[in-house]
Design a protein around this ligand. Sequence first.
Ligand code: BGC
Length: 449
Amino acid sequence: MRPFVFLVASIAALGGLLFGYDTGVISGAILFITHDFTLDTKLQELTISVVLIGCILGSSVAGSIADRGGRRTTLLVSGIIFAIGAILSAIAPSDDVLLAGRLVVGIAIGFCSVVAPLYISEVAPADVRGAMVSLYQFAITVGILAAYIVDYALAPAGAWRWMLGLGVVPALILIGGMLPLPESPRYLFKVGLADTAREELRRIAGGAEIAIEEAAITESLKIKSAGFATFATPAVRNALILGFSLAVLQQVTGINTVIYYGPHIFQLAGIASNVASILATTLVGVVNVLLTLVAIFFVDRIGRKPLLYAGISGMFVALAALAFAFAQPHLQGSLAGIALGSMMLYVGSFAYSLGPIVWLLISEIFPLDVRGVGMSICTLGNWVANLAVSLFFLTMVAAFGPSLTFATYAALCIVTLVVVWRGVPETKREILEHISLAPEGARAAEVTP
Ligand code: BGC
């Protein structure tokens, strides 16, 4: 592993740490905020979900900003927005200001969720790209776990301002860390700064790979740019359909019901005490972190598709077991154990498959010309689906019961398996610009002579 590439990817992955921390932290803070600002249910829901609304806004513009202003600059800007949002939330004198602060934090998460994987993917050499982008997912899981732990530690003091404000620390590290880092060489070629781009490629890749990468990038830039019409070409249209479907499926298979509502699910399964259900959720958070390492180690060795098949099948089995157990009245006594086991299997399976590999694939399948915008559209779908699932989970459980709710997510795992089987190309160790979803025969025609 080249240390410089590892360093660059690790710093950019801090965007993931902020993503995980800031989406996870509210679950513990909301109890105390509700008390201090005497929020009714509607305002509570808004205080929780406003961050996701910010993510939708941020992700929808991040790609075109990154295509114009550069990947590194956009990441730097998101660090600054994060810091402002965290401080505003921490000092908020009223719920209105808190809502504004959380919206700002959401916009920064939206930016990072597009640009961090995009930047890492473009900077990493092909043979370690999967591992490097998985570092970003690893950081998300560490952020979520850190949020659980901080919430747990600060709960006795009811210190919600500290819970929200601590997000400023990784934001400052992201800003400080990004300052000396290089811009993505692919972006530099795109904007015509070929000499600087070559220098950066040399720092990152080194050796014979430079010539191959440069040739591939230059070739890909010959593809006629037709603005939004580019999305009508077969390759880009296919990439958009696939990337968008995967980004949405990553959410509608239910991951954030566990991440955001873990304690609630454990209580449904009969774990009565708050402390025990929070601890059980923390255990699930640890599994989430550890199993992401499997992706880091294997995604470039055995490939994207085998990990996806294995992980999504594991998620299906876990969800089917949960659906079955909740439907059996005579299992009530052992439901807590079954729920814990199933949720560990479910999150563990997600952690080395749909978690990292969706971010990886959507950063790989678009041609350089429209990569930022393509990723933005997919990521926007991811956040909208996230918001929908989070808003409707409790309603679904109340209306249909937990068994049918989990059975729905299980069925969507089968849909995801079919999409992977039919649509996902194996991109392991391919140079980014060699990846194309154009139908065979159409590729040559897309390149102008
Ligand atoms: C998803 C998040 C989720 C996290 C869990 C990410 O890949 O996009 O929505 O909370 O994984 O680890």
